[in-house]
Design a protein around this ligand. Sequence first.
Ligand code: ADP
Ligand code: MG
Length: 250
Amino acid sequence: MSIVLEARQVSKNFGGFHAVRNVNLRVQEGNIHALIGPNGAGKTTLFGLLTRFHSASSGSIFLKGEDITAKGPAEVALRGLCRSFQISSIFPGLTLRDNVRVALQRRYGSSHQFWLPSRVLSRFDDEAEQLLDLVGLTSLAQRLCSEVSYGRKRALEIATTLAMQPKVLLLDEPIAGMAAGDVPMIVELIRSVAKDRTVVMVEHNLSVVESLCDKVTVLVRGEVMAEGTYREIRDNPAVREAYIGAGYEV
Ligand SMILES: Nc1ncnc2c1ncn2[C@@H]1O[C@H](COP(=O)(O)OP(=O)(O)O)[C@@H](O)[C@H]1O
Ligand SMILES: [Mg+2]
């Protein structure tokens, strides 16, 4: 198994505050790798560093062995490393199908032309159908995004990210805020999209981590506290203390 994504001694300071400090992370190709830790631990910042939305204060980032530390976020996305975008990047007034078609045309470099006429967008119809099918939204394709549940919006968000054809997909709290009934749908969706790509996910729900993830990295106050399988992490006294101290159940 090869390492597809690697952070070496990566740090990020915000005005002297160390949000991420000397983090080493090695993600194996094909894994679902969880990033866990209390709120404020630096998980989202680390995602921003990996995808080059943030520039690192120090350290290096490698994608498939290539140093991407100096690359921009669009370049990194085209090389196959994509994070799911926040739900606000979904257009509520468009149908689910049109949201996916707009995301597909982004891949072809026309990101600012979301008003393209529908005959141009229709080029992407087949691919849009496949993506909607993959995330279980085919029957809702014609519905407006504003009309569907939060869970379906998160599934749509994953479809629009998959439109970029990522080899490595970063998901930041994919089930946060979701009704309990929608959680199994997203868990199964993650399992299925992970079949032919690598997934790194921030997740607070530890039973989801246990059922989905091959490996877990624990971040506390910007630093890696532990790394291992879920079982190893769960039995680590320092992790238990950090979690219990922060009010989480382990
Ligand atoms: N743009 C920023 N400017 C200043 N501080 C930030 C910025 N982004 C995040 N932080 C701080 O960095 C720390 C880590 O934040 P974050 O990465 O969002 O944590 P997590 O995702 O683990 O909850 C927090 O204390 C947060 O307030
Ligand atoms: Mg976060």
